[in-house]
Design a protein around this ligand. Sequence first.
Ligand code: ADP
Ligand code: MG
Length: 685
Amino acid sequence: KPRILDDEEGGVLFLSSSFSSSASGYGFANIEKQRQRLPVYKYRTAILYLVETHATTIIVGETGSGKTTQIPQYLKEAGWADGGRVIACTQPRRLAVQAVASRVAEEMSVKLGEEVGYTIRFEDITDADATRIKFLTDGVLLREMMDDPLLTKYSVIMVDEAHERSISTDILLGLLKKIQRRRPELRLIISSATIEARSMSDFFRSSKKHQGLESEDLGPSMEPAILSVEGRGFNVQIHYVEEPVQDYVQASVSTVLLINDQEPAGDILVFLTGQDDIDAVVKMLTEETQNSRKNSSGLIVLPLYSGLSRSEQDLIFSPTPRGKRKVVISTNIAETSLTLEGIVYVVDSGFSKQRFYNPISDIENLVVAPISKASARQRAGRAGRIRPGKCYRLYTEEYFMNEMSAEGIPEIQRSNLVDCVIQLKALGIDNILGFDWPASPSPEAMIRALEVLYSLGVLDNDAKLTSPVGFQVAEIPLEPMISKMILASSELGCSEEAITIAAVLSIQSIWFSGRGVQKQLDEAKLRFAAAEGDHVTFLNIYKGFLHSGKSSQWCHKNFINYHAMKKVMEIREQLRRITLRLGIVLKSSEGDMQVVRKAVTAGFFANACRLEPFSHNGMYKTIRGSQEVYIHPSSVLFRVNPKWVVYHSVVSTDRQYMRNVITIDPSWLTEAAPHFYQQQRQNPM
Ligand code: ADP
Ligand code: MG
């Protein structure tokens, strides 16, 4: 992988912007000056006043204006964290939580994890007594409500990046509105990069009408305040392609090279969709850099997606050395969650990875789909941070004008709701359809979710959480199907194996990625491949890793991502503690893989598929919805095509591909979920 930052020219670092480096030894005064230069600074007093006097304040401000890093500090300086209280700031993305928390800790000259901390799933860098400003994912805050329904330790909760409308943000907004009625002293800040503030404000305003409250004389006004922070983005010139692009990976590479050849200094930000296409572009550009004697040797090519290690993240934020040009190849995360200084050119593929759920077929897909106009504008805006910039759209102007939708669809309207339903149930919200949503999910999706949860034994006939299974599943911070697998494994005597599988399924991939290593990767996979499928293969890898003494060389030799394996170990350790707390006895099946497969089936029966008889191309159909699916090429069962399988997830490209697949015996399905497979037509609710 290209890590060219520590290059020979080193030593002289120039600051590509008005901003100094995070890593440098600039003194306190300098940081203070930087903070004062951010657009949000002018609004400091106004923000504090509005928060003081209003239950809810909506703040709209351009990306990079300082909302996320500054507002929590202003609140703390104004005393909102006094008396043991905590200021929370949520983000939809884990990587953003980490990056922003470390930035704020640095600005405040404190050690991360003390006064300023963060929590993401499986990683809690806070101190129960010392932490005053806490960054966390919206999903983690939802989980905290299970122990503390009124979130009593927080004085102010800032729901950041609200325009993204992630599923957890929407659930959170609905719940916070409820909490506010019980805790009028709680202050909410909803912050967003786009002007959709009006509908947010209507949403929070309706709570007053709801209960016919008059504005009180004493407490804060229940009427939401709206504040718009004026940014100072520079002009961005938009370029479109003339003909539709066939391959945006290839087109991104040539556009970057073109910019590098023809345009003056300034960093480049490329928006792609995920680790696969990002790694591909990084590799192609790096090869170009190494082979060419021309300009492109001055390129520093860096990937940006979730799952990067700490040091990889730091490179993204380091200033570009003199005479070099940084090219960051990113997912949607750089659209609004993270601001990179020094970007002058943006290349926009026009796509992002999005979840889509179809309640009829009952398949949730991860799809590379066109972005909205709103997203395209945000992406372009990233080029105008330090001076006038340029945005190269890899789609035609005609397409932008006539085909792109104006806004994205909130995630809750395109997701499987199993997770969402169980969380609300665990919080005692029984009437889920009647819940006060910022955007209502579809009733079909809701009914599907209730049905699956009923079949998992998580909900009873009255749609209440069952005891103990329902409560235990809700308690484990994993997808309900994985949690159910763990509970089932306890009875089947293979819980040691189940938590290993669960840990591996919680991270993106344990394989080393990158094009061009495919052959070696496939060979490495064969060394661990189990006839039973991917889950058992994971167990083999885990065993091998332990056997090697958790060696990084061993990982390297076997094309396994060492960083990912360390993460697996950490997550597994946490799952071990959680399961012990739930009274699950950890036991290994000592090589009996049949029980392991049964445990997987107990959780994932709803994802069962059968190979089409006489299929020559490996076509499967889902048992439930008769949908066409295929085994993903990354699976050890690719081309093996056993007759019956269950899968963990589906991704769509040219076809719908099942990722992480394991063979089953069909009789286990009716055993695991008699209701689901025998009385299919009957609706339990
Ligand atoms: P907003 O939330 O309004 O988009 P932020 O508070 O995230 O703005 O960013 C304000 C400034 O802080 C930006 O100039 C950004 O570059 C800088 N910044 C934020 N995070 C980091 C980081 N991890 N390292 C260096 N600079 C950062
Ligand atoms: Mg922000």
